[in-house]
Structure formats: C-alpha cells, structure tokens
Design a protein. Sequence first.
Length: 264
Amino acid sequence: MSHRMAPWVVVALAVLTTISVVAGIPQNHPAHHYDARRDGSHVPPLHISIETWRWLPHSYAIIGMNLALTLRKMQLRSGAVRVSFVDAAPLHNSAIDWREKKDKGLFSPADTRLLEDIPLTANAPYADSSVPDAVLKVTYPFNTSSGVSSAPAAPLATGHARPSYESSLRRRVAPLLFTYGTVEKKFCPSDMLTHDSPGWDELVGVRMLTPSAWSAAGLVACGVDPSRIDVVPNGFDPSVFYPPSTAERRRACVRACGCLPNLS
C-alpha cells in the first residue's frame, strides 16, 4: 500500500486489517466487513485498546488520540469494532514537563466529549471480550514490553481442541501487542525505549507499527526482526487539511502581499 498520509478513517481501517492478519482471521470472515453491522452475527467485533496520553500536544499523543477517536466513531456508527482506552503514565523529562501542557482545545467540543467517553480498558467494558484482542501503545519512549497497563486478567480456556476464531476471541488470555514508533536516522539509542522494554533484537510477542518504509528500514537497522514490523501511514483530518479553493488561495496571496482587502 502507499505510505503517504491518508484520512484517519483509512488509517484506522488499515490498522484493523493489520491486526486481523496477525490474528489469523480468514479473509472471508465477517470480522473483515468492518463498516457494516453484523446483523445477528455471534462473532464479537475486534476489541482494540489504545494506550496513549489524552490532551497532550505531543505528536505521539495526537496520533494515538486520533486513532482512538476514529475507532470510537466507527464503533458508534456501525458497531464494527470496539475500543477502550488506557491513559499512559504522565510524560516528563529534563527538557519539558508535559504534565503541565494538557490542552482540551486540540479537538472540537464534540470530538473532545467522544474521547472523554471512551471506556477504560481496566474496567472491562465489554462482557464477551473483557481482554482486548489487541493493544496499541502510542507513547514515547517506545514501550515494547509484553506487559499491558491496566488490562484485566482472563481465565484460561479449558480443553485441548484448537479453538475456532470465534471462541478464541471470547476467551483471549492475552492481547496481541503493537507498539507504534518511528525511527528517522537508522539508529536507535537506548533512551528511545522504556526501562522495562527488551532490546531491539529481543522483541517477543510485540510487533512494531511504523508509518513509512524509511522508518521500517531504520527499525531493521536497529535490530528489529523485519517480520515483526507493520507499515501503516499516519493520518490527517480532511476537514482541517484540504486543498484550498481558488478563493482561499487568492485571499492568502492578498494577505501575504499586504494588498487592500477590496482587491481580493
């Protein structure tokens, strides 16, 4: 697929497809029809937990919040996915204390309410999928540990028969883990990882989600197994970022050259 930026709904669908492929969901399975109601199907929708910061003007927080918001809108519109939220640990370092930078003006009032109302993963909001099918961690430094913050425990399935996709989703013991991260210079200093994360060449049970082939090559250069990397582009809101109309371009030129308003 192209690695150019795409509207967030396209990115969210790409994330869902990636998770489905890793989970081994058959291509003709109802879970692939994300944007249509299941109409009585007994297969629960994918439950995805997003772990990031809310309200921080940090690039990773913006990505995490937009993914969570888009998935929530899909959930409310069609019931084709379920989303829950984990508030990541407060971010601060010697250069800046992000805990003091919270800004609820990053989104429209309606979208802010939607983000506020996403249920917490720790509260097990979905009875038939108390453990998420996948957890996506969008934080920095990267958290590639196999631990899941505030995730409820699930009982082990009994019996020796290989479970169907439907039953395995209902009885998931641990979620699939994805860590979002970008590498710009093809080298990865140790401070890019949290203290409890394994080394780059020791990732077990965690996949890296990255927005470009260049960044994927950087992860490989750092020691990440290429088979554990999934490329999904970053997104944008087309209601905010769009090609300007002729009139808008004309007004921008008038403002830039300092011409009188009546010349626009």
